[in-house]
Design a protein around this ligand. Structure first.
Ligand code: FES
Length: 87
């Protein structure tokens, strides 16, 4: 698992294996728009402020993924202990 710091909400949530960031954030009471939950629609796209993303969506180009400044939180995860998101 890893931690996600929600900069706008002033909260940090733990994302265990088997749970998505979207699920963990929603369970913490923070509202996020979502639709497909499969990394294909872009509804849950969220700005990344810190940490390194393990991109698993099928929307961002390789260049966009490498830029590490946005992510689809329904499927993508962290490849570091802590991500900071603009949520
Ligand atoms: Fe569709 Fe995340 S909800 S890409």
């Amino acid at each position: 698992g890893f931690e996600v710091e929600l900069m706008l909400s002033g909260r940090t949530v733990t994302v265990p294996p088997g749970q998505s960031i979207l699920q963990a954030v929603t369970a913490a009471g923070v509202q996020v728009l979502s639709s497909c939950e499969e990394g294909t629609c872009g509804t849950c796209e969220t700005p990344v402020l810190g940490g390194t993303v393990d991109h698993r969506d099928s929307l961002l180009t390789a260049d966009e993924q490498a830029a590490n400044d946005t992510m689809m939180i329904c499927v993508s995860r962290a490849s570091c202990p802590r991500l900071t998101l603009e949520l």
